[in-house]
Design a protein around this ligand. Structure first.
Ligand code: URA
Length: 491
């Protein structure tokens, strides 16, 4: 058995060198025991000389994955990486196999690390410390990341705060940036770092930017998990600000100038129609943990389309391609939709296209990921995002494709077979036209598909007609229904 003990500083380079040499020397994964630093090292282990091996070429994709995974806290991370590297020799495309459990596990670990790095860049708070006689200002911070990611994250701080000297202390390691040079040193425990003058300023700033009228506690906690609070000077304010939010929002509303209702309505509608991404919607969605689906998915898929679209199209959930590309309806269902829409003069660019559920739900089957329908709880949790999108867009018409979209929007699970082609109204009066989901049409046997597709086409034609008839002004004046709002069944 070969025992490889990696250093606590420079772990990635050391792992890469060892792995290359072991691979070159043909040492199989089961013959290697990996550890890092003294804490992980086996007491009886004696580092053996590194075997000489032929140079090994490794794909860029694997190196990128390894660069993140080595910083995961899982003690098996090095072994898992090496096992994959070993397997890649025989299966060159293994890394693209989303159904492979080993690849899937490592990708999730990489995602954890990358998320942790993101949190660290957001939540490290430096405090100025006295450095007698120094000609550069000096700062220090204590931070407790979930994974030992300091080496990975420190270059960000070096480029962002290159004009000052600083140290970041973590339970695993410390980083020091002095006169433009970054170095790492062993952990020294949590040093005493007192409050500085900027602290009160920062708290005042936070108090001022906190908008009680826009408070979404769950989104805020998803973005700023409580485990980080103890090291954030502003966090002490959060419970107090949340508790007082409703009263402050009411006070703000009372103090606001009164506007004639119609104008206020229009202004609100415009403010709500901010394109996704501009005000943190997309970022918040990517941090969504409202249900467990985020865990298996590559990413959340937000809706896309013009911020003033009058038509909103709602599907079920992203499929395999949408999950990989991060955009709705780019796979075969989207292609069928585009083809039928083109026949009736409807263009996707006219609409805001989104899904009832924002993460891909699937079961791995060999190399494939098989679609699984979201359950009622998942639909319910994700409705929060769909409602937000509706609130921002205020569409004049919604096209709900498939049972999941219908359930999410109307709350009714009644069979789509008896509702298709009809219009139902939401509580705020928005009309929803119910139709088949294009994936359902793709799954039908040829003998049944013709009739079903004809119904789908009729619904899209009706949608296109409404869009043409709908004077723009009507949608601006509070989402009034199209004048000729009849069900296609009435025609
Ligand atoms: N099916 C959906 O419901 N949505 C997509 O984005 C893709 C397939």
């Amino acid at each position: 058995m070969r025992r490889v003990c990696l250093p606590e500083i420079g772990t990635f380079d050391a792992w890469r060198n060892e792995a290359r040499a072991l691979l070159g020397a043909g040492v199989p994964p089961e013959a290697v025991l990996w550890s890092r630093g003294e804490a992980e090292a086996d007491l009886f282990s004696e580092p053996l000389p590194t075997p000489e091996g032929a140079p090994v070429s490794v794909s860029k994709g694997f190196v990128e994955l390894a660069r993140l995974v080595v910083w995961h806290r899982d003690p098996e991370r090095f072994a898992r990486l090496y096992a994959l590297l070993w397997a890649l020799r025989g299966e060159r495309h293994l890394l693209e196999d989303r159904g492979d459990a080993r690849v899937d596990r490592l990708r999730k670990m990489a995602k954890d690390v990358s998320r942790d790095r993101h949190k660290m860049t957001a939540f490290v708070r430096f405090r100025e410390i006295d450095a007698p006689g120094a000609n550069r200002r000096r700062f220090a911070a204590w931070f407790e990341p979930t994974h030992p990611i300091l080496e990975l994250a420190a270059p960000f701080f070096a480029s962002r705060f290159g004009d000052m000297d600083w140290s970041i202390f973590t339970p695993d390691l410390s980083a020091h940036f002095e006169a433009g040079t970054l170095r790492f040193a062993p952990a020294v425990g949590r040093p005493e770092i007192g409050e500085d003058e900027a602290e009160e300023l920062w708290r005042t700033y936070f108090r001022n930017i906190f908008n009680p009228a826009r408070l979404k506690v769950e989104a805020m906690q998803a973005e700023m998990p409580q485990k980080y609070w103890r090291n954030l000077p502003e966090a002490a304010l959060i419970p107090e600000l949340i508790a007082g939010a409703q009263a402050r929002a009411e006070e703000m509303a009372r103090a606001a100038p009164t506007l004639p209702p119609l104008r206020a309505e229009r202004i609100l509608a415009r403010a709500a129609a901010v394109p996704a991404g501009r005000d943190g919607f997309v970022e918040a969605l990517h941090g969504c943990r409202r249900c467990p689906l985020w865990d298996g998915a590559t990413q959340a898929v937000p809706g896309e389309g013009p911020p003033d679209a009058r038509l909103m199209i709602v599907g079920e959930q992203p499929g395999d391609q949408e999950d990989l590309q991060g955009r709705p309806f780019v796979g075969s269902a989207g292609q069928l939709f585009d083809a039928v829409a083109a026949r009736v003069g409807l263009r996707r660019e006219q609409a805001y296209v989104t899904n009832a559920v924002k993460h891909f739900k699937f079961t791995p089957r060999g190399r494939r990921r098989l679609h699984q329908a979201p359950n009622a709880g998942e639909i319910q949790q994700c409705r929060w995002w769909l409602d937000l999108e509706r609130e921002r867009l205020r569409p004049a018409l919604i096209l709900a494709m498939g049972g999941t979209a219908a359930e999410s929007l109307t709350g009714s699970r009644a069979r789509l077979g008896v509702r298709r082609g009809s219009v139902e109204r939401l509580e705020d009066g928005t009309p929803v036209l119910l139709t088949w989901h294009p994936s359902y049409l793709l799954r039908l046997p040829d003998a049944q598909r013709g009739a079903a597709e004809a119904g789908f086409e009729a619904d899209l034609r009706q949608t296109a007609l409404w869009l043409r008839e709908l004077p723009r002004q009507e949608s601006e004046e509070g989402g009034a229904a199209p004048r000729a709002m009849r069900s296609p069944r009435d025609i």
